[in-house]
Design a protein around this ligand. Sequence first.
Ligand code: ATP
Ligand code: MG
Length: 139
Amino acid sequence: MTAGLDLGRPQTQAIASDEDVVRVRQLVRTVAVAVKLSLVDQTKLVTAASELARNTLVYGGGGSVEVGLVDNGRRRGVRIVFADEGPGIADLDLALTDGYTTGGGLGLGLSGARRLVDEFDIETAVGRGTRVTVTKWSR
Ligand SMILES: Nc1ncnc2c1ncn2[C@@H]1O[C@H](COP(=O)(O)OP(=O)(O)OP(=O)(O)O)[C@@H](O)[C@H]1O
Ligand SMILES: [Mg+2]
């Protein structure tokens, strides 16, 4: 399915269903292998991406993901941007607290994802939406 993927440009995909979340996992795995992340780091990144994709679907009401390759001259890495135009997050610090959930989850998705990647950034505005950007570098 991902054969012939052009990694020279970011891959964009909709997140509108559980199947899309599975596809995000596959896409992230493929790009992580391409930049030679270790197996452990591949799995960390796929796990983080899975949580963030699920949040985009469940809380954001769906959205999109962009998976791209980055290069800082010393290392290569994978950068993933999740975007939705949902309700946004009113209290980001609270949302990032272990165990905080408004949806009856474990409240470990955002906080866990943050620990699994090298760079983690959230831009959110109430009533406008949420954009989460994560990066993991090869080492
Ligand atoms: N994209 C989003 N848009 C709006 N709110 C969000 C978004 N992502 C997360 N949130 C809010 O942040 C809270 C914490 O998210 P987190 O992923 O940590 O936990 P959860 O999804 O509730 O449970 P879990 O991921 O452990 O199953 C959510 O309950 C929700 O209120
Ligand atoms: Mg979650």
